[in-house]
Design a binder for this molecule. Structure first.
Ligand code: SAM
Length: 261
C-alpha cells in the first residue's frame, strides 16, 4: 500500500490525482515513514548531502537575483526561516560573500526540536543567527541588500501574511532584492498533496515527535503570491521561474525575485 502511494506520488499526472488522494486517506504514516527512510538512504545518500545539493540551488538563485551593481563581498543578507548552515557556506565559498554580513533567523516552534541541520548551540555558527518571535524581525529599517525566504511563506497564517510582508519590506534597503522559493498551491488538490508531504517529511526528520498538524499549511497560488508581494507598490517583480507540471510536490515550486521600490 505505502509502496503504491509513494511510487504514484512521483509519477502521477494531474488526472490520476483523485484516485491517488483516496489512497492517501488510508495511509499509515508510520509505515510510510519507514519506507521513505529506506528510500532516502538508497537514493539520496544522507540528509546532509541532500541538503548540500539544495543549498547549491538556493545560493545560485540568490546570485542570479542580486543587484548587478552590488559587489558580493559587501552584500548584507538575511535568510528568514533558516534550517541548515550549508547555504551560507555555499554563498561564501562559491560567491565570495562574507560570513560577517550573513544573518539568519527562525522561530522556535517546538521546544527540543533540532531544526533540521542547525546545531544545538547556534552561537558557534560562522554566520549570525537569532531565534525570534516570528513577527517582529529583530533588525533596523533599511538593513539588508538581500532577503531570502525559502519555503517559509506557506507556514505563515493567512491573517499574518500581510504584516509579515510589511516587516520584510521594512528591513530591506531601497532597491534591495527579495528572493522567494515557494510552492504553487493553486487548488485543493495541490494543498492536500503538500499537506501529505509535510507530514511524511516531518516524520522522516523526526522533528516534532509527529506533533505536526497538516493544518499548518497556508497555501497560496503563484499568482496570488505575486499579487500579495506587489500589492501597495511595495515590491516590483523582476523574475520568476516556471512551475513543473509534474505532481511530485517539491517540484511544484518556483523561485521569484522582487525589488523593493
Ligand atoms: C519548510 S521549512 C524551510 C526551511 C529552509 N528555509 C529551507 O529552505 O530548507 C519552513 C521553515 O519556516 C520556518 N518558519 C515558520 N514560521 C516562520 C516565521 N514566522 N518566521 C520565520 N520562519 C518561520 C519554520 O520554523 C521552518 O524552519
Amino acid at each position: 500500500m505505502v509502496h503504491d502511494i509513494l511510487s504514484k506520488s512521483t509519477t502521477m499526472s494531474e488526472n490520476s490525482i483523485n484516485s491517488w488522494l483516496e489512497l492517501v486517506k488510508t495511509v499509515d504514516y508510520n509505515d510510510a515513514c519507514v519506507e521513505l527512510k529506506k528510500r532516502a538512504k538508497k537514493k539520496k545518500g544522507s540528509l546532509v548531502s541532500y541538503a548540500k545539493r539544495r543549498a547549491k540551488s538556493k545560493a545560485r538563485a540568490i546570485s542570479i537575483g542580486k543587484n548587478e551593481t552590488d559587489s558580493n563581498e559587501n552584500i548584507v543578507l538575511l535568510d528568514i526561516g533558516t534550517e541548515d548552515p550549508f547555504i551560507f557556506d555555499e554563498l561564501v565559498n562559491s560567491y565570495g560573500l562574507k560570513y560577517k554580513n550573513l544573518h539568519a533567523i527562525n522561530v522556535r516552534m517546538y521546544e527540543g526540536t533540532n531544526y533540521g541541520l542547525l546545531p544545538e548551540d547556534t552561537s558557534k555558527l560562522k554566520f549570525n543567527f537569532k531565534w525570534y518571535d516570528g513577527k517582529k524581525i529583530p533588525y533596523n529599517d533599511n538593513t539588508f541588500d538581500i532577503v531570502s525566504l525559502f519555503m517559509v511563506f506557506h507556514h505563515i497564517p493567512y491573517t499574518e501574511q500581510q504584516s509579515f510582508i510589511v516587516e520584510i519590506h521594512r528591513v530591506m534597503k531601497k532597491r534591495g532584492r527579495l528572493i522567494i522559493k515557494e510552492h504553487d498551491i493553486k487548488n485543493k488538490t495541490s494543498l492536500n498533496i503538500i499537506k501529505f508531504e509535510h507530514v511524511i517529511y516531518d516524520k522522516i526528520l523526526e522533528e516534532n515527535d509527529g506533533d505536526f498538524t497538516p493544518e499548518n499549511i497556508y497555501g497560496r497560488s503563484k499568482r496570488k503570491l505575486i499579487e500579495l508581494f506587489t500589492d501597495n507598490n511595495r515590491f516590483k517583480l523582476l523574475h520568476h521561474t516556471k512551475v513543473s507540471n509534474n505532481y511530485k510536490a517539491y517540484n511544484r515550486s518556483f523561485y521569484m525575485t522582487l525589488e523593493k521600490k
